[in-house]
Each structure stands twice: as C-alpha cells, then as structure tokens.
Design a protein around this ligand. Structure first.
Ligand code: HEM
Length: 308
C-alpha cells in the first residue's frame, strides 16, 4: 500500500484540488530587507510569518535551503517574500504532484472514502457502513451485471479512441468485461437468472460515453478510479462477499493475467504521461470529477447489499 501523500507535505488539506503551498513551495523564497510589506507578493501566501527573526533564519534558513541573503549584522526586521525571479519557480504545489498526476488523483480519491472504508478516508460512514452489508446473490448479480455494463463501455471507448490519448489504454491487462462475462456464465450454469443491466449501470455508461467525447481529463478520472478502485477496495469486497455467499469461490472478476502491480504500474505511467500535456486547470477539472466517480460507482457497489 502506498504511503499517504499528505504526510509528504506535512499538511492536511480540506480541499485537495486547491493549491497548497507548504515548505516545499517556500524553498525558493528569498529574504529581502526593507520596510515591512504585506506578503501579497508571495505566491498564494506562505505559511511563513511575514516578519521573521533573521538571526534564526540566517542559520535555519540556510539549513532549510531558504537562500537567506540578509546582512548578518543588522537587527532590523525583515520581510520574507518570494522574489519575482523565484515566484515563478515557487508555483503552487498539489498533494502528490511531485510523484506524478496519478498520485494527485489517488490523494483526492482516498479522502473521498468513508472512514470505515479506508484509514485514509475522511468522510463519515454511510447510513449502512460496509461492515453491516448483508450481501445476497440477487444483489451481487445486479452489481456484476451493472459493473459489466461499465467495463464494456470503458473498454469500447478506449478501443474506439475518439481522442488519441485513449489509445494508450488499450489492452492494458486490466480489462474486466470478458472476465465478468465468464462469471455471469458460471452463475447461469448454477441456475441463477442473470438480470438485465439496471439504471445505475446504464446511467453511468451513458455518462461515460458522453464525457469521453467532450471532456478528456474528466473521462480519464473515471478511467483511473474504475480500474484502480477495483484492484484495491474492490478486490477486498469481492473476497468478503465470496466468503459470505459463494463458499469462498474466487470469481474471474478478481483475477488478472499477469502481475497486477506491474499492470497497474504500466497504466500509471501512461496516465502520468497523458496528464503531463494538460494545463493546471485541466488537471483540476480531472481531480474534481473524482466526486462523480465515487457517486456513480458507489451506487453500483451498493447493489451488492440489495435484494429487491
Ligand atoms: C465500500 C467501498 C470501498 C471500500 C471498502 C474501499 C476500500 C479501499 C481501500 C482499503 C483502499 C486502499 C488500498 C491500498 O492502498 O492498499 C482503496 C483504494 C482506492 N479506492 Fe477504494 N474503496 C471503496 C470504494 C471506492 C470507490 C467507490 C472508488 C471510486 C470509484 C474507490 C477508489 C479507490 C482508489 C482510486 C484507490 C487507490 C488505489 C491505488 O492506490 O492504486 N474506492 N479503496
């Protein structure tokens, strides 16, 4: 499991899609002598108090790489502000940014989990927390059928590739539609009636199709969340459900041909590559879409514990 990225910055953010300026962004700030000025010129405002004691900064500033250039003899107060030359460099930092855009997406996604879903989650538990789910075969089949609808859609979108960046996500080894088809076949052989796709699956599928044509960053957000969620929490849920209602049978849905971490790693690289071409606004749009991803996928997940 990856370390929580918030630790990397030693900050806790309420709005993950907002710029963060912490120690890292202040690294390039320089100390300027002169009258005390309000720190408007500091990029996005820093956490450093505008007035600092130079005696300590001259020492710790160097140690911390702050580039202190104030005269050591003076006892005046000085102002810390980003110089115009360094202001450009001291761009806003986003949690996970240093590691690549996937880490930014992960950071936002983890915060959207409820506290009972993941220890990185920040949302309060749902009315029916996962520990209280009572899965039924009927509900699980609805979940599998609607999931197949979503994976069918995702996989045909990248095959069709209405935007060239989608081509990178063909044949990743993460595809799930065929695996789900096999599982549903098995359930049918056991005498279960396979339902038609429900509203949750068809609504999400329609939304994805539209988004893929009109808004690449937002579509990529769903792509990341759908495949990576399934490889993480999804796998865990599958195991629990199998223990509870399938005599522990492991479905094809939870099996990958090849080493999963390698498959994920290769997709991660391509996601980072695609996002490198985006403006900060496009990246933020993508991050913001995570909420919708949770909304749509969350509805489908909850089918597991429904019976009607
Ligand atoms: C009952 C529902 C859920 C549970 C119990 C759950 C649980 C978890 C857990 C435990 C992890 C951490 C895995 C790790 O880092 O080792 C995780 C990661 C993740 N989850 Fe969920 N999750 C749930 C729903 C969702 C939903 C609805 C989405 C979005 C569609 C989602 C997206 C993600 C993503 C993107 C990751 C990061 C995967 C990675 O680091 O590769 N999860 N989830």
């Amino acid at each position: 499991m990856m370390a929580m990225t918030v630790g990397e910055f030693g900050l806790s953010l309420k709005n993950a899609a907002a710029p963060v300026v912490g120690a890292a962004a202040c690294e390039k700030s320089s100390i300027q002598s002169g009258p005390s000025k309000a720190p408007h010129s500091v990029h996005f405002g820093t956490r450093i108090s505008p007035r600092v004691d130079l005696r300590s900064l001259n020492f710790f500033g160097r140690v911390l790489g702050l580039g202190v250039e104030a005269p050591s003899t003076s006892s005046n107060s000085f102002v810390v502000r980003a110089s115009s030359a360094s202001a450009e460099k001291a761009k806003a930092r986003y949690p996970g940014e240093k590691k690549g855009f996937v880490e930014e997406m992960r950071f936002v996604a983890m915060k959207l989990h409820t506290k009972d879903q993941s220890k990185e989650g920040e949302k309060e538990s749902d009315a029916q927390p996962i520990g209280q789910w009572e899965p039924t075969i009927e509900g699980y089949l609805k979940f599998l059928v609607d999931s197949k609808r979503v994976y069918d859609t995702m996989e045909s979108i990248v095959q069709k590739a209405s935007h060239p960046s989608y081509e990178l996500f063909r044949n990743t080894g993460l595809e799930r539609a065929e695996k789900l088809a096999k599982d549903l076949e098995w359930f049918a052989e056991q005498g279960h009636v396979i339902p038609e796709p429900g509203t949750d699956g068809t609504t999400y599928s329609k939304y994805l199709t539209e988004l893929s044509e009109t808004d690449v960053p937002s579509f990529i957000c769903h792509f990341y969340n759908v495949y990576f969620a399934h490889s993480a929490g999804g796998k865990f849920i599958g195991k629990k459900v199998a223990e509870m209602i399938l005599d522990g049978r492991e479905l094809e849905f939870y099996k990958w041909d090849g080493e999963l971490s390698q498959l994920l790693g290769a997709v991660k690289e391509n996601l980072n590559k695609v996002a490198e071409e985006w403006t900060r606004e496009e990246k933020n749009k993508c991050l913001k879409e995570t909420e919708n991803s949770f909304k749509y996928s969350g509805k489908i997940l909850r089918l597991i514990a429904t019976s009607k």
